[in-house]
Design a binder for this molecule. Sequence first.
Ligand SMILES: O=C(O)CCC(=O)C(=O)O
Ligand SMILES: [Fe+2]
Length: 338
Amino acid sequence: MTSTIPTIHLTAFTAISTHSDADRVDTGQALVAALHRYGFARVTGHGLAKDDVDQAFRCNQKLFDLPFADKMKAPHPPGPFPHRGYSGTDQSAAPPSADAVGNPSRKMSDLRESYEVGSEEDDQQQNIWLPEETLPGFRTDAMSLYEKLAGIGSVLLSAISVGLGLDEREHGALEQLASRRHSQLRFLHYPAVSRARLQSGVFERLPAHNDWGSLTMLFQDENGGLELRDPQTEEFIHAEPEEGTLVLNIGDMLGRFTNDYLRSAVHQVVVPSPDTATDERGIPARRSIAFFVGPVPSYTVATLPRFVSPENPGRYDPVRFDEYGAVVSKYHYQVGNI
Ligand SMILES: O=C(O)CCC(=O)C(=O)O
Ligand SMILES: [Fe+2]
């Protein structure tokens, strides 16, 4: 693996008064260059305070540490929609037999649990909450995190707009790709993997996929595993966890909007190689928090004319975000990716 993930310092956009317009153009262009070349970047100076990140991971831990029966008080409904509440399997149940371990049809959810949250003002999907007494403060904390991350999503889009040099009309179209009421916050927990299970083969915790929104911000704990595919070499690059850094990746909507000038990034979460399992018990658990920025569901995403030319014909027809999401999420649900 030769490539490294570029790091962009966003302070020109998050500490406005101490930076000039020229700084913002430099930052925007550096961000766009990274997203054009790779479809992803690390971002520092994003404006989410360390305390907020720590609090978010405490929330993640308390949530998934609950007994399975408690987590099932807010179950994700069957099917991909609404994409809200808890998905996972009972980790305390008997581990699968050796046969089941080698069986590729085993549900991926054995290796992952998640909890999805949206805006309280989302008119399409309602949140599914645990009873307050089951996890006091979770609802308030999750909503506060949602709002902060939605704000950072808008800042990132502004930086992209400056970097692309969009005019006012084009900027208006880009802004439609981020709806504060229709984005999604996802808490993820990948349980520890025992030595016995590791020896049965290395598998993904989350198979390779693209996100279908506009862009995704990802915070991960110190236990790595996230890999992003370099679109030129097609090699996966390991995103080594770094404190204070989020990993930004482009989703399908921004890919379509820019005719792939900004590339929707293929990414996955792998179980670290068994050789790295210094712990007798195997590979430790991993936690992450993803925030998916997306358009209003009824919005039709069309490629900006500036990205289309006779040499570079348009690759995509306009598509309504909800119609696109319905097809893609149904697929992901069927294969067990969500
Ligand atoms: O957990 C991670 O690092 C990645 C999560 C992810 O890609 C997703 O939820 O779409
Ligand atoms: Fe993803």
